[in-house]
Write a protein of this length. Structure first.
Length: 81
């Protein structure tokens, strides 16, 4: 399995995940503050979409690096997407 080797892409992916981490902490605060469930659900959905975007960014890195066969990328997408 290839690794993300491009420093710029690695940094961008890490920053994206840190933003997701911040969103998750915010959701925890909403729950602790007994906020409305719809507001919490909205933030959960946004976090899930942000995490999905990070996943597809990772897949894009793998494709751009050219270290993985197309069939293997398709298998990874089918397995994890």
């Amino acid at each position: 399995m290839p690794h993300v080797t491009d420093a710029q892409r690695k940094k961008a992916l890490t920053l994206r995940l840190k933003r997701v981490e911040g969103q998750l902490r915010g959701i925890q605060r909403l729950i602790e503050a007994e906020e409305d469930c719809e507001k919490i659900a909205q933030q959960m959905a946004a976090s899930r979409k942000a995490l999905d975007k990070a996943f597809f960014t990772l897949v894009g890195c793998v494709i751009a690096q050219g270290e993985m066969q197309a069939d293997d990328v398709a298998t990874m997408l089918a397995k994890f997407a």
